[in-house]
Design a binder for this molecule. Structure first.
Ligand code: FRU
Length: 455
């Protein structure tokens, strides 16, 4: 079957449905990516943990499904970590929500002693329960000699501690600025002495631009409670980066995250059903804090996998493609109107990614991007303020069959949006009358490696 939307260099499932990344853990040279998976249908259904591994965060190898539903329920989102045992050996532990069973949403454990190949659920599951109907997506990590769990409880984050992974004590709760929002997929970690709390919010009745996006706070964690120093900010200014969480136990204190490139408003309707898959991940992004700003960049491993870079300037390019990367520096000192690119250009179709100097905003406009009739609110323009210092607009853009991702000003701003253009909409146009651009385009495709199946 011809596939025109199946990503060439982003992770997507071998078949069936995918949503959140789960159980992200680095162990013995492999980046493990588990994910919310329903292998036999292309809509959300009884969830399993799908599993893939990568040595370079660029190409992925599918491994067998790691966790299947059981009498406690289906397997919803959660985390994994390396556990050091008393005998000096290590094993992997996964902590996840079981849902849709008689006991509601509860937190369970599973262990792997063979480097993630097979998993054994703890016979004493569940290990944490609550009266709340929404109580899910535990993230566990080691902190000062004990385990901490952050889990979403309705519209709050709940923090627990444990010495042994089995017995947990509630430490504190972190309340929502908006009581109506539903919190999902929390994550908590430290970068350069600053703590980042990540939470994905569903805003009931919210617009596509508001609802279903990953947010973060910068603050402190004193071992018991999270103390914010900022109000919540969105991680991606595009609509399609949900449930983003980070890898545990990454080498050299690196903090790499990945999100689900979709949105609950239309996730079950995106037009990939003829290709027998639905749902893909964003690119992995490495986090750092620069001048108080949380920055996101493609990890060096992703950038190492490269074909030939084709140079272009303001006279344009006749490059055509559906899976490539653009790196550009645009001189905006004397810019009169918007500057940037029109991507996936074809008959009546284009996806502009433009900086508007008057508004000081970057936008991704998918109103004319291709198919959008599967959901009334899919077509839209997504904007964010962007500070451009020194008169040089730096854009690093990834286009992959059904998505556009933009990193601006060395990662100070990131945005991801799904698009569903016609197969022949492959043109690229530079926008920026009277200005200069220096750039390169590199074709990207790792599909052979990405979809090698072991199962
Ligand atoms: C987030 C989420 C999680 C839940 C999972 C179910 O997208 O709703 O809260 O665990 O998806 O698939």
């Amino acid at each position: 079957m011809p596939t025109i939307y199946r990503p060439a260099f982003h992770f997507s499932p071998p078949q069936g449905w995918l949503n959140d990344p789960n159980g992200l853990v680095f162990y013995k040279g492999l980046w493990h990516l588990f994910y919310q998976h329903q292998p036999s249908q292309i809509t959300h259904g009884p969830m399993h943990w799908g599993h893939a591994v990568s040595r370079d965060l660029a190409s992925w190898e599918h491994w067998p499904i790691a966790l299947h539903p059981d009498e406690l329920g289906t397997i919803w989102s959660g985390s994994a970590a390396v556990e050091e045992r008393d005998d000096g050996t290590t094993q992997l532990v996964a902590c996840f929500t079981q849902a849709e069973g008689a006991r509601g949403q509860v937190q369970s454990l599973a262990f792997s002693r063979d480097e993630g190949r097979t998993w054994h659920k703890y016979e004493g599951n569940p290990v944490v329960t609550s009266e709340r109907p929404d109580f899910r997506d535990p993230k566990i990590f080691r902190h000062h000699g004990r385990w901490i769990m952050v889990v979403s409880g309705g519209h709050e984050a709940h923090f627990y501690a444990s010495d042994n992974l089995f017995d947990w004590t509630l430490l504190s709760t972190f309340p929502s600025p908006q009581p109506g929002w539903i919190w999902e997929c929390p994550d908590l970690f430290e970068i350069d002495g600053q703590w980042i709390l990540i939470v994905s919010f569903i805003v009931p009745g919210g617009s596509v631009a508001e609802g279903s996006r990953t947010h973060f706070w910068i603050g402190d964690f004193d071992g018991e409670r999270f103390l914010p120093r900022s109000s919540p900010q969105v991680l991606s200014f595009g609509p399609d980066d949900y449930a983003a969480v980070s890898w545990s136990d990454a080498p050299d204190d690196r903090r790499v995250i990945i999100g689900w490139a979709s949105h609950w408003a239309y996730a079950n309707q995106t037009p990939t059903q003829h290709e027998n898959w639905r749902g893909a991940m964003t690119l992995p992004r490495e986090l750092s804090i620069r001048g108080g700003t949380l920055c996101q960049l493609p990890p060096r491993e992703v950038l190492a996998v490269r074909g030939e870079a084709i140079a272009f300037d303001e006279s344009g390019t006749d490059f055509r493609g559906d899976a490539y990367e653009i790196q550009a520096e645009i001189d905006i000192a004397n810019l009169q109107g918007p500057a940037g690119f029109r991507l996936r250009v074809g008959a009546g179709e284009a996806t502009p990614v433009l900086f508007d100097p008057a508004a000081g905003e970057l936008c991704i406009d998918r109103t004319q991007s291709g198919q959008s009739d599967f959901h009334a609110d899919f077509a839209g323009v997504f904007r964010a303020p962007l500070e451009v210092e020194g008169g040089v607009l730096k854009l690093h853009i990834f286009v992959d069959r059904c998505s556009v991702e933009v990193f601006a000003q060395d990662g100070a701003l990131y945005g991801a949006a799904l698009i569903f253009p016609s197969e022949n909409s492959r043109g690229i146009e530079f926008v920026g009358a009277g200005t200069r651009v220096k750039g390169t385009i590199t074709r990207l495709a790792h599909e052979e490696v990405t979809h090698t199946s072991k199962t």
